[in-house]
Every structure is written in C-alpha cells, then in structure tokens.
Write a protein of this length. Structure first.
Ligand code: SF4
Length: 350
C-alpha cells in the first residue's frame, strides 16, 4: 500500500481519559510522542469511549478527565501546530467503523487477546462481562484504521492488539475492495523503548497502586514522595553499601539524571559514601527540573481553558475530515455508499 502522505508516514496513538497523567505515562508514551511530532504526521487522541469499557457506571468525571489528559499532553510538549489532538467521541466515525468491524470480527479472535483475560481476572471490583469490554480491541482497530495509520507506537505488551488490527484490516480487505484496491493498509507496531519506571513503592508506577508521581505534583510533593520511596533493601544502615541497579531510586536516576550525577550515585552508593537521603535529593532535583517547565506550560491552558478547548475542536475537525474520507471508501467498497445511484438502464431523475 502507498503511504498515507508522500512525505511523512502517519502515526496513530491514544491514551485513555483517566485524568491527570503521571511520570509513568510520560516515560512510557508521551515523551516518545513529543519526539515523533516532526518525524511523522501524528494523530493523538484521548480515548473517552475506551474509558467507558471499565467505567461505564459513573461517567461524571469522563469529560473533565479528558480535559486533564489534554492539558498534560500540552504540558509535556505536544504542539497543536505539529500534531493533531482530539477526543475520540468527538469524531463519531470511529463508532461507525467499529460497528462495521464488529460484524466481521470472529469472537474467538477477541477472547484470545491476552489483556482481555488478564484484566477480567485482575479487575474484580467491576463487572467486565460486557459486550463493550470484549470489543475493546475492535474499537482500537477502528481508531487506527480510520486514519489509515502506518505506525502505532506501542510497548511490547500492546503488540498483540496491533496484530489484531492488522488481522481485521486483512479480513475487511478480503471481503471488500475499491475497484480492486484494498481500503486499509496494515499498520505496523512502532516499538517504543520501554524504560522501567518504578513507583514510590518499587512496583510499576500505576494509579491503581497509589505509587505515582504526577506531572502536576508541586516541588514539595515531589520531594516528599521521593523521601518515602523504597531503596535497595541491602542498605539497612548508612554504612551498608548498596547497588543502584536493584534500587528504584537508581532506576529514576538512570532515566532522569545526567551522566555526572549518575557517576556520583554509582560510586557513592556502592562505597556507602553517600546516604539514601542525599541520593534521593538528587533524584528529586532531576525530576523537578523536568516537571517545572511542564507545569508552566500547563498553567497557560489552566488559566485559559477555552484555549485548550479550541485546540480540541480544531483537532476534531481535522481528524473528522480524514475519518469521513475513509468512511466514504468503506461504504463504497461495501456497495453501501450514501450517493444516489440510478439502476443500470433506468433513466435518472424520473
Ligand atoms: S544511595 Fe541511592 S541508589 Fe543507593 S540504595 Fe540509596 S537511594 Fe538507592
């Protein structure tokens, strides 16, 4: 298939509207997205319908959560001049394509998605035995394919979802075509280097563990959270040597600190010439220097929320145009176009 544009390949990615984002979201996705803006034609969306698959009972926060995600997108450095940002439900063509795909997707494909079973087993406080939850990857396929995305930036664990999107594209193309031409390209996963970002308790940073450092945390909160962060368990006393390679604070340094600080940490920890409090202070310095400019950028939009909403409206309009063009092709390939068509041989207009 030809690329979506002659110059730049198209990248698609979304984030659920879970509210304010944390450093794990930044390291795991946003930081990469910011770098991709100039290399690719990027569409980044806030997946509010996806949030409904698990939080359908109480929707009172969904809209504000979406706006909070947008503010963190902007804070992290996504630039509306260089990428397109929008809320999924503002481009309803996603839902139309989802419906078409749901007709052709075999149930067995969805039941074998690893995250389906895993989440059903792990999220016990919610009833996930819904049609929407099972169909989550079909909606994801629609999200990607409606823009004919060339690449989808994902971590290793999301690769099966992209593979399912490719299978759905293949199946659609096998049933329907546009005068012999396939409607959908098969998007490729763009594997993003997944740096290990521990939360304050040493487990993976996640809101559900309550161990996050938020992009909006003010400096005193960041420093306080760092103070309580777990360290190498071998350093019981100040005089015990430690190992930054097995310490969550060491992991933070590897991601955020410069080479000189990293050298001080490595040497000082292993020889017990520094204490953990001092070491955590350096980690906090590094975090604060990254978070401060983000918080300044965020403030501009917090003070003027209309500015942020305008960005969403412009993004939805642009995304909607692309989605419309794709839906026209989808309908035409299925012989279901919205255009008037005279019966062959019949006189038109009579
Ligand atoms: S000195 Fe730093 S890297 Fe070493 S155990 Fe303490 S906090 Fe971790």
């Amino acid at each position: 298939m030809p690329p979506s544009t002659p110059h730049r390949k198209r990248v698609l990615s979304g984030m659920r509207s879970t509210g304010k984002l944390h450093l794990g979201n930044f390291v795991g996705a946003l930081d990469n997205w910011v770098r991709m803006q100039d290399q690719y034609e990027c569409y980044f969306f806030i997946a509010d319908w996806h949030a409904l698959t698990t939080d359908y009972a109480d929707t009172s926060r969904v809209k504000q959560n979406s706006i909070d995600v947008l503010l963190d997108f902007l804070a992290a450095g996504l630039d509306p001049e260089r990428c397109t940002m929008f809320i999924q439900s503002h481009v309803p063509q996603h839902a139309e394509l989802h419906l078409i795909f749901s007709m052709i997707t075999p149930l067995g494909w969805l039941e074998r998605v690893p995250t389906y079973k895993e989440q059903r087993d792990n999220i016990t406080e919610k009833d996930l035995s819904t049609y929407g939850f099972l169909g989550y990857p079909v909606l994801q396929a629609a999200d990607i394919l409606i823009y004919k995305g060339d690449f989808v930036p994902v971590g290793e664990d999301q690769v099966p979802h992209v593979e399912l999107t490719r299978e759905i594209a293949r199946r659609f193309n096998a049933f329907y075509n546009l005068h012999g031409r396939a409607v959908f390209p098969e998007p490729q996963p763009l594997l993003t280097p997944a740096a290990k970002l521990p939360g304050t308790d040493g487990r993976k940073m996640s809101k559900s563990y309550g161990n996050t450092i938020m992009l909006t945390d003010p400096e005193p909160v960041v420093r306080q959270k760092l103070k309580t962060m777990v360290t190498d368990p071998a350093r019981v006393r100040r005089s015990d040597p430690g190992n930054p390679d097995v310490c969550p604070v060491g992991d933070l340094h590897k991601i955020f600190s410069d080479a000189a600080t990293m050298a001080k940490v490595n040497e000082g920890c292993r020889s017990a010439s520094i204490g953990c409090i001092e070491c955590k202070g350096w980690a906090a310095d590094a975090l604060v220097s990254i978070l401060n400019p983000m918080q300044e950028r965020r403030k501009k939009y917090e003070d003027n929320p209309r500015l942020a909403w305008d960005i969403l409206e412009a993004g939805s309009a642009k995304a909607g145009n692309v989605a419309d063009a794709t839906m026209n092709e989808v309908r035409e390939s299925m012989g279901m176009s919205l255009e008037f068509e005279a019966k062959p041989g019949a006189e038109s207009g009579k």
